[in-house]
Every structure is written in structure tokens, then in C-alpha cells.
Design a protein around this ligand. Sequence first.
Ligand code: RNT
Ligand code: ZN
Length: 421
Amino acid sequence: MSNTDSIKKAYELAKERYAAIGVDTEAALKKMSELTISLHCWQTDDVGGFETPDATLSGGIQTTGNYPGKAKSVADVRQDLEKVMSMLPGKQRVNLHAIYGEFQGEFVDRDQIELKHFQGWIDWCKGLGIGMDFNGSFFAHPKAAEGFTLSSKNEEIRQFWVEHLKRCRAISAEAGKQLGTPCVHNTWVPDGSKDTPIDRNGYRTLLQKSLDEGMATKYPKEYMKDAVESKTFGIGLESMTVGSNEFYVGYAVKNNILVCIDNGHYHPTEIAGDKISAVLQYVDELLLHVTRPIRWDSDHVVTLNEEIQLIASEIVRNDFMGRVNVGLDFFDASINRIGAYVTGTRAAQKAFLIAALEPTKDLIELETGGKYFERLAMLEELKTMPFSAVWDYYCLQENVPVGADYIAEIQKYENEVLMYR
Ligand code: RNT
Ligand code: ZN
């Protein structure tokens, strides 16, 4: 177990070191209170949901692994999320998918879902004092099997998904209203083609039409906000994605809605962090799906790497915290799922704290003055500043496990809870 005195001592020393380069660690810790991370409920059960007992994932996304302990009910998901939140410093929200409703053993199709299927979730969030975000589920469904949902040329199928979108937005608005914090409703559809399509334009025209229809009802921004998520390709949908980056950036700018940037959804050499200040020139807000793509949109557990660091740094440097809704999107079924969650979320939080410990003004001055060696050297030195002492102190202050202490707690949870599922 970590020793409280040594954590405090280490923090005091770190505070001095940072002060020497003009960084106020107390201000950085305060900055962390502006960060709220939306926890994607689907890490608890491999994106299965509770619509049918044996749901299988489709739509170009995939989980791999069969580690024991997968959540098998809404109650399990809530128990897991509560456990996860108890090991995280700072504030969180919960991000639901439409397939996570409480359907009471009844089959409720996606064009039939209602507020009552999610009221239990809203009440649960209210009890915990947290906000809720929501996603229409346009995958893992027979009506998505042809590869097209909102862009389907089959009018009945297209209408089915438009109705789903409408209902999900209505549920989101009600959740935001009841919880007193806007619910971000994100739309991602897997629509695309395995092989070379002819009518790219036709599908995109249909997607636009469906989004217009599905989003025709406007809700107050205090209740809900719409986001749209693009992608480069999905498994089995390699040749074309209808909802590409250009498609959705254009759609969001035209309609002043949020762009969702999932850092697994671009070409491997594109840098998602670079997109934040580009897109924010034209839309009010962004949604992030923070993930770790390995070779493809593999949704590995987030780790503290350069990619996540640039994302966090861009937000903190530019004071974009109020304009960027930070959500996570990874799903690993090959390791303890709760461990995956906590490690991944804490990695994202670390990136934000590191960002808050940057002497940004000085670095901009060096840059503007053309002092590029000095800028490079400072960036390298910052990497080995005593960040961990500040992070540990933050966790101590927040009353959550310090350093690696959460590993033992997760092992305990595995032995006492997860193993019995
Ligand atoms: C898929 C998208 C999407 C999903 C979740 C489950 O590539 O990233 O956000 O991962 O909605
Ligand atoms: Zn995503």
C-alpha cells in the first residue's frame, strides 16, 4: 500500500520543480476538476447489450477474447460501473447504447424503444449525481445485415432506422432534462461496402436525407446535443464508408451539431489531436471517442501514449475543456474488463494532468520567436518532470487508490464478484 506521508513529501518536491519552470501544480490540479469523462458502458460486456440473450456483434466492429466476468445484466453493468468509478479520481458520466435498455425479458425492437426502457438508468444516474450520454445502436441487427442502415435503398429498412434515431434522440433529451445536464447523443452507422461500390453519391444522399429526417425535431441544448461519428473503414466494409470524415464534418458544420472524433477512425498516419483546433473553428463543440487503435480501429485499452497526449494537450492549451465532451470507446474482452476500464480511463486522465502541467505560454513564446531547438528541448525535459508525484497526490486527494494500488482491488473484485458470473 502507498504511504501517505511519502506521497505528500514527493508532491511538495515536485511542486518546487514545476514552480521553477513557471508551472503551478495547484492550478493544474484545479484544472482537473473541469474534466468529466464519459464512461462507455459497453466495455463491461463486449458491446453485447441486453436486447437478446445471445447478441453477436456486427457492423465492422469486433471484440476479441473470452475473459471470465462479462456483465450479464443491467444490474451487472451498473455494479461494474460503480466499481470503476470508485477507482477513478475526478468526475465521470455514463455513456449508454440503445441496446442497454431494461426490456424486462420482452423483445423490443429498435424502432419501438421508449423512455420507460431507460428510466431506470436515468434514476440510477440521478442517484449517483452524474450525467448520461446516449447512442443509437445501428448495428448487430438483422436490418443492418445488408451493410446499410440510414443509407439503405430499401425504404422500409431506412425508415426503420430513422425511427430508431428519432426515438434515441427523444430519450436523450428526456435524460438530459431530468438530470439537469445535456445528454450528448452520438450517431455512428456502420454503413459501407466491402467491395468497390458504384453509387457512393446515392448512399450519401440517402444518409443525409435520413439524418435530416431523424433530427428534424429540435431539442433545447440544455437537454441534448447531437454528434455524428465518421469512420474510414470497418471489417467487412473495407471499400467505402458512407459516413466518411468529409461527409460528417460537412453535415455538422451545416447543421451546427457536434463532430465526434474517434481516434481509431482515421488513416494510421493521421493524428486525431491535430483535428481538434481545425474542426473547432467551425463547430461549437466536439465529442471525443478516446481509444487506442493498433493497426486498425481495434479499440485497445487506452494507454498513455503520444496520441492521447496530443489530444489532451490541445484541449488544455486552448482552454477547450468546455467545448470538448470527452468520451471513451474501447472494448477488450481478453483481460479483466474492469481492469481494462480503470487502466484506460486513468491513462486518459493522466494525459490531461500532464497537459495541465505544461508551461504553455513560455513554449508559445519560444515558438513565435523561432527558437525551435529550445522548444524541442523543453518538450523533451517535460517528459521526465516528476509528474507521477502530482498524479499520486491527485489520487490521494480524491480518495481513490494511489499508483498501482488499484490492481489488488480489481483482483479482489474479480475473486468476489466477477468469477461468479
Ligand atoms: C465504431 C464506433 C462506435 C462504436 C460504439 C460501440 O467504430 O467507434 O462509436 O465503437 O458506438
Ligand atoms: Zn467510436
